[in-house]
Design a protein around this ligand. Structure first.
Ligand code: ADP
Length: 419
């Protein structure tokens, strides 16, 4: 039964959190969507929702359903994971989901800490920084879906919630877990229901995690989850695990599918094409899903084996813009995603059992098409991108889902040395 039950508001954020927990010694499984059956065996289960920008009512309903499934499986603590840039609108969904979970869990106070110092996200005096810039001057003020125009998280959360919001400031956090715990009690006694917690270093995150050992609900970015596994070990509930990242041995053929047009992915393709059989689909010249799929299927025949092959739709910005001008932005993306999802299905049918997918949306389309239900999280190839063992409707396989800009230039090559 899981000790820690997590609810994440998007897919790649869920994987990021799951990887953090594995690094800290918890065997972790990510479940895609609200679980509809028994949960897999693990120390921590992360339910990946797509609720960040969903209507508030949907986000609350899905999160509560996920919470109920995690509690029924035995989880003793719930973690509500959102983005380290606190992506939300004045209506939510961070505040309303947190308050619904608090009610369900009978929690008196919920801490909120999106800090992720390794990635430059820090909270000081309640203000969120991205690198050296305040959140509202970091580019996030122009986000198409969740523009963040105020870096003061006490104010931002207050606008989304009914319970009062207080702050545990740097000067307290820096004194360690006991001081933080006293501050939580003080806020609760003063009638506050939410606590924004400052954190500038990983040591702060570890202390916050320790101070929250008995909280039924914790909310934040993946960073603050860092301190939680140690609480379970201290309580004698979690054995020391050397093998938290171990996955079943791999079998079968290897392939890379790229649908990301991010700079990092284009560079990775540039290097890989000299080292592995590579097909680069020219989507602009031939924007026809049937024809592109047929081209990929014909090309891959006879090439599948232990050595990876690469199929990419990725293109530089001018070509992407030209296709978008021709078809519209959404239709262009949907066309390529549909082609790559069908190619993924054909690769698996052809015996591929180690599949690396580049691109966040592309990964979503592939996972959906393959009917993946759970991902057991293994070791990271590069920060934020672990190999996973995927199970669901089709055959089980090793899957690595890479957010476009992640990974070093030789990522596609070294990935297969790791699995
Ligand atoms: P990232 O993680 O880099 O943002 P995504 O997969 O999330 O990558 O997004 C890339 C989008 O670009 C997808 O919708 C994909 O279908 C689309 N795309 C891929 N290749 C092309 C292309 N040649 N022209 C236009 N759009 C493309």
């Amino acid at each position: 039964m899981p000790l820690l039950g997590c609810i994440a508001d998007d897919f790649t954020g869920a994987t990021d959190l799951a990887s953090t927990l594995v690094r800290q010694g918890m065997r972790t499984v990510q479940v895609i969507g609200v679980p509809d059956g028994p949960l897999p065996e693990a120390d921590a289960v992360v339910v990946a929702l797509k609720s960040r920008t969903a209507p508030v009512g949907d986000a609350v309903a899905w999160s509560l359903a996920a919470c109920d499934a995690l509690l029924a499986a035995g989880a003793t603590q719930i973690f509500h994971k959102y983005c380290s840039t606190f992506d939300s609108t004045p209506q939510g969904n961070i505040g309303p989901v947190t308050e619904a979970l608090m009610k369900r869990l009978d929690a008196g106070l919920a801490l909120a800490c999106p800090a992720f110092p390794t990635n430059g996200r820090t909270v000081f005096q309640g203000h969120l920084f991205v690198g050296q810039a305040l959140l509202n001057e970091s580019g996030m003020e122009n986000h198409p879906l969740t523009p963040m125009r105020d870096a003061n998280l006490v104010r931002v959360l207050a606008a989304q919630t009914e319970g009062g919001v207080g702050l545990v400031p740097f000067a307290v956090v820096d004194q360690g877990a006991a001081a933080i715990r006293r501050a939580f009690s003080g806020l609760r006694d003063a009638g506050r229901r939410h606590a924004i917690v400052d954190a500038v270093t990983d040591a702060h995150l570890m202390a916050i995690g320790e101070a929250a050992a008995l909280h039924p609900l914790i909310t934040g970015g993946s960073g603050v989850a860092m301190g939680l596994p140690e609480n379970f070990r201290r309580a004698g509930l979690l054995p020391a695990r050397e093998d938290a990242a171990s996955l079943p041995p791999h079998t079968g053929h290897a392939a890379v599918l790229a649908g990301s047009c991010s700079r990092a992915t284009l560079a990775q393709i540039g290097l890989a094409r000299d080292h592995m059989p590579t097909l680069e689909l020219d989507v602009l010249a031939n924007p026809d899903a049937e024809a592109l799929t047929a081209e990929a299927l014909a090309w891959m025949g006879g090439k599948l084996g232990a050595e990876p092959i690469l199929i990419a739709a990725s293109a530089p910005p001018d070509k992407v813009a030209a296709l978008q001008a021709k078809l519209g932005r959404e239709a262009a993306g949907a066309l390529v995603e549909a082609v790559l999802a069908r190619v993924a299905e054909a690769l698996v049918a052809g015996g591929v059992r180690r599949l690396l997918v580049a691109g966040g949306e592309t990964s979503g389309a592939v996972v959906q098409r393959l009917g993946v239900a759970t991902l057991r999280i293994g070791a990271e190839i590069d920060p934020g991108v672990p190999w996973c063992f995927a199970e669901g409707r089709g055959p089980a396989l090793h899957l690595a889902l890479k957010s476009g800009n992640f990974g070093a230039r030789d990522f596609f090559l070294k990935a297969f040395e790791h699995v």
